[in-house]
Structures are given as C-alpha cells and as structure tokens.
Design a protein around this ligand. Structure first.
Ligand code: PEP
Ligand code: MN
Length: 332
C-alpha cells in the first residue's frame, strides 16, 4: 500500500505513520510518501488523520507499478530524455570495458561521430573468473571523465560493489547496476539516496517480480530516475549465451511505469546475432537499446565475441533509423 500524507504534517508524524505500518518513508518532491507491505490493504485507524490518499497494491511492485503511475516515468540526462512523453529510443553504445586511453578515445570519437549522445563502458567489470581482466577501476573512471569533456558524451558505467559506488556516482551520468550487482541492497540504497539516473540490469536468474523489486529499493529511497534493462536470462539453451526475454520486456512495458532498455549484446553473446536482435528491439518500441561496439572486437579484453565492429554498427544505425520511422520512434 502506498500512502500519500497530508501537506502540513511534521516529519515526526510521518515517522509514526511509517513505524505503525512497518513501512518505508521518503519525500517525493511534492509530499511525504509511506510505502508498506502490499499485504496491508488499508491504513490503520489511528493514522487516518494524516493521510491524504492511499493506493492499495496487489504485490510489492508498488512505486514501479502502472497502477500507481499510469504513464512511463521520464528520466533525463544531458539533453536526453528517456520515457515520459518522448518517443525516443535512446542508443547507449560503446565497448564492454575501458581498456586503455587509445581504445576508449577511438571508441568515443566513433560513437560521437554517429550522432549518439550516450556512451557506455565499464571501469569496474563484474567478471565470472578472477583470472580475467577486471577493469581499470579508478583509472578507467578518470578516462571516462575525459571522454565526457572531450566529446560531450554522457557516460553510463557500472558499479560492481559498494567499495567504489560513490566514485561511480560522482563520475557517471547514468549508473549501471549489473546483472550480478542487482541483488546488492546496499548498492541499490546508495543509488536511491542520489538523484542520478540508475539503469538496473536483470540478473540472468531473476524473475520479473524480483527484478522490479530491485527497482523498488531505489524508488523507495526517493530516487525516481530508474530504468530497467533486459539483457538475457539463462534457460536450457546453450547455443546462445543467454535467452533474450522479449516476453519479459513486454510485461515490464505493460505493468511497470519505468523506461525499458533492451541489451541484445549480452543476451546473444555472439556478434552475428546482435544486429537482428537490435532491429527487433527497435521494432518492439523499447525506450533504449544498449549495444557493445569495439574498435577491434577480437582483441577486446572482455566480451570479445559479442562486440560489433565500426562498419557493422554504422550499417545497423541506418537500419534502426528506418525501423524507428515505421514504429513512431526516434533514435537519439
Ligand atoms: C556489461 O554491460 O558489460 C555487463 C557486464 O553487463 P551484465 O551485468 O548484464 O552482465
Ligand atoms: Mn559486457
């Protein structure tokens, strides 16, 4: 249940309402809000004088639910808007990781030359083996900061754990919480205390309910700027790296009020399939597409098999614009 509290009540009274219902409180720029477990269906009698309105919810998908907000939330960075009243499909492209100054500058120059405004690359890489490249860490973040000032690109980069979360928050325009980190409540809560856009990737063994509840951890700390990203889930199939769950994405679009980004690169795992899946994502009408692009994919230090080279990506951008025209979406 979501409670909107009356304008004139004190913070102490809000605390009391939250405590009585064992709920969470935050200020949403207009008013105090208390969110309780969805199993509570009505405010308790002794708090009724403080409550303006209440919204009953069926599950703990509450602040992210269409029942609460019927329109998709608008999230902004730089001059870019995702969701809201825009018909934008935001391209977030760049290499998997920051590997060196020359690699990241060459990548950023190419991405900027394509008219893209949002550049992706990881400095803290959540790898499945400790013996592989783990990212350049702080040095990578500094290079991304350079990319922003040199090319005017907005930066999306991932946070792996709490040890460097504040540093990522300081540098990134959009914080990416990866498929593995999305269960880390302390990272989610820290991002909730900020107002920066947060893109949460679905874990590969995560149900849609759990995925959206991860978003709830950020929303209920008072950060409304949350974006969801489908990046493939694990199924019995092994020929592709993961299975791109477009059914899940359709569910998110229908039942949640958060912008939905699709990531065909990590889902497929092999570059040969990425352009077709990206085109399907555009036709799907998603709010954003995340694609890995590298100057020399075969030499990439992470996710080498799935990154697109520049000529393939250039051709894909043309195709995506054509498809966008047919489905009323603008690629930005
Ligand atoms: C990435 O975006 O490079 C990445 C590691 O993604 P995921 O968390 O989805 O595996
Ligand atoms: Mn990657």
């Amino acid at each position: 249940m979501i409670l909107h509290l009356k304008k004139n009540i004190s913070e102490l009274q809000v605390k009391q309402v939250a405590e009585i219902h064992e709920g969470v409180m935050f200020y949403d720029a207009k008013r105090w809000v208390v969110v309780t477990s969805s199993s509570i269906k009505k405010p308790l009698k002794e708090t009724q004088e403080f409550i303006e309105e209440f919204i009953e919810t069926e599950t703990d998908i509450q602040l992210a639910g269409k029942k609460y907000l019927t329109e998709t939330r608008s999230v902004k960075w730089g001059n870019i808007e995702i969701g809201g009243n825009s018909n934008n499909t935001v391209m977030m492209a760049g290499p998997c990781a920051v590997e060196s100054e020359s690699q990241i500058m060459e990548s950023a120059e190419f991405i900027a030359s394509m008219g893209i405004k949002t550049f992706r690359a990881g400095a803290f890489k959540p790898r499945t083996s400790p013996y592989t490249f783990q990212g350049l860490g702080m040095q990578g973040l500094e290079l991304l900061d350079k990319v922003r000032s040199r090319f005017g690109l907005s930066i999306i980069t991932e946070v792996k754990n709490l040890s460097h979360a504040q540093q990522v928050l300081d540098v990134a325009d959009i914080i990416q919480i990866g498929a593995k980190a999305m269960y880390d409540v302390s990272v989610l809560e820290l991002c909730g205390a900020s107002k920066k856009p947060v893109l949460i990737k679905r874990g590969f063994g995560t149900t849609l309910q759990e995925f959206v509840q991860a978003a709830e951890f950020v929303l209920c700390k008072g950060n409304p700027n949350v974006i969801l990203c489908e990046r493939g889930i694990r199924t019995f199939e092994t020929k592709t790296r993961f299975t791109f769950d477009l059914c899940g994405a359709a569910y998110l679009k229908h039942y949640t009020n958060l912008p939905v980004v699709l990531d065909p690169s990590h889902a497929m795992g092999y570059s040969y399939g990425v352009p077709d899946l990206a085109k399907a994502s555009m036709a799907f009408g998603c709010d954003g597409i995340l694609i890995e692009v590298h100057p020399t994919p075969s030499k990439a230090k992470s996710d080498a098999s799935q990154q697109l080279d520049f000529p393939t990506f250039t051709k894909l951008m043309g195709d995506l614009k054509t498809i966008g025209g047919a489905v009323g979406k603008q690629l930005v």
